[in-house]
Ligand binder design. Structure first.
Ligand code: PMP
Length: 404
């Protein structure tokens, strides 16, 4: 059970007024807020141990290196990776996906296929399109039904020996759908395709087990899971990371450099060129520790309560149309009010202190699929409350009265 008042006390940003009203932050799918423990850890790093890592013999450099590598271990344990060197620090999900898509130029050729789904974020579409442009491979797309669920029969029909990699999200950011990724991974492997899971929206809500899933890659952004912006991890199976070429060249990622030839460092350093976001990487571990201390089972149970309550409350609004009504959903509610542009709703509820996102949520093909310009999206976190949902429902009703 969550002690919600105790949890909220950890998030200083929540205790403020916006436009004269208590802030209600329902844009968690865009980025989460940060607990004091994370804010303090950033300050502590810069106040006490700031130094460059993996190079200095001096004490601070060793302390910073140890903290950075300890965080990698925290992330390894969190996702149950077999080895710490299968966990690469990245700037976020986008970085992780691009790293893999770029390297896959070596494994994809004309006539091959690269598969994504109809509900991907642009960052899990565009890098694969760029791969297809470079190699002459073809992009195939798993379609979805009217509830915003991937159609597994169609997926299985599309899958063939030509499919080299399947890239799908664990949870959709605009619909909230939780996808049957274990099934997708097993089916893809049966034709020899690799699988990348975009875990950007899953990281705040669940603890992925990459060995149980048997995925080849799993990408996460730290900032959506209470960590700092510009942080993330890419999990890759050791054999894949050994096969993939480096993404960026530079310091740290080499064994030996001569003008004749350069050899690359072992994992994970082969993929970590240059001075990384040291503070960010360390504090990402703090954020994951924080979430684990609250407990993902507690988080999921409470968030499902919020989701059910939110759907029920918002259903009372006349003319509301929910977009994404999958049977298995994360606490994300996308909706439209008949005859009103989503942007107008967002702008009015903001005046009442309520932060929601409006637009296509970087999933333009999802909007095209439903033939809508965008949605209003309220995405909940474990520090939100039912009272805040009441405030949202009232604010949307008020906006509707003003606009119609
Ligand atoms: N995939 C999904 C499903 C997302 O929601 C996001 C962020 N909105 C991304 C990828 C990209 O993450 P980032 O911008 O942190 O790299």
């Amino acid at each position: 059970m969550l002690d919600i008042q105790k949890v909220r006390a950890d998030f200083p940003i929540l205790d403020q007024k916006v436009n004269g009203k208590p802030l209600v932050y329902f844009d968690n799918a865009a980025t989460s807020q940060k607990p004091q423990q994370v804010i303090d850890a950033i300050s502590k790093y810069y106040s006490e141990i700031n130094a460059n890592i993996h190079r200095g013999v001096h004490t601070l450099s060793q302390l910073a290196t140890d903290a950075y590598e300890a965080s990698r271990k925290t992330l390894q344990n969190h996702i149950n990776a077999r080895h710490a060197h299968e966990v690469l620090f990245t700037a976020g999900t986008t970085h992780g996906i691009n790293l893999v898509a770029n390297g896959f130029s070596q494994f994809v050729k004309e006539g091959d296929e690269v598969m994504v789904s109809a509900m991907e974020h642009h960052s899990n579409i565009v890098p694969w399109q760029m791969l297809c442009e470079r190699t002459g491979a073809r992009l195939t797309v798993i379609p979805m039904n009217d509830r915003g669920e991937l159609i597994m029969e169609e997926f299985e029909k599309l899958l063939s020996e030509r499919t080299k990699i399947v890239a799908v999200n664990h949870i959709s950011n605009s619909l909230g759908t939780i996808n049957p990724i274990k099934h997708i991974i097993d089916k893809a492997h049966s034709v020899g395709a690799a699988v990348l899971i975009d875990g950007a929206q899953a990281a705040p809500h669940l603890k992925p087990d990459v060995q149980a899933l048997d995925c080849d890659f799993y990408a996460i952004s730290g900032h959506k899971a209470c960590g700092p912006t510009g942080t993330g991890i890419l999990y890759g199976k050791e054999e894949w990371l050994n096969k993939l070429p480096p993404y960026q060249g530079g310091g740290e990622m080499i064994k030996e450099v001569t003008f004749a030839k350069t050899t690359y460092a072992d994992l994970p350093h082969k993929f970590e060129a240059g001075t990384p976001n040291i503070a960010g990487g360390i504090v990402l571990g703090t954020a994951i520790d924080y979430l684990n201390a609250i407990g993902f089972e507690n988080i999921a149970a409470y968030e499902q309560e919020l989701l059910e309550y939110g759907v029920q409350k918002l259903s009372e609004i006349e003319g509301i149309e929910f977009v994404g009504t999958a049977a298995k959903k994360a606490p994300v509610i996308s909706f439209n009010i008949k005859g009103i542009h989503p942007y107008d709703i967002g702008a009015i509820v903001d005046k009442m202190g309520i932060a929601v996102r409006t637009g296509n949520h970087c999933t333009q093909p999802v909007m095209d699929r439903f033939e809508i310009p965008g949605t209003v999206r309220a995405s909940f976190a474990f520090y939100n409350t039912k009272e805040e949902i009441d405030a949202l429902a009232e604010a949307v009703k008020k906006a509707q009265r003003m606009l119609s």
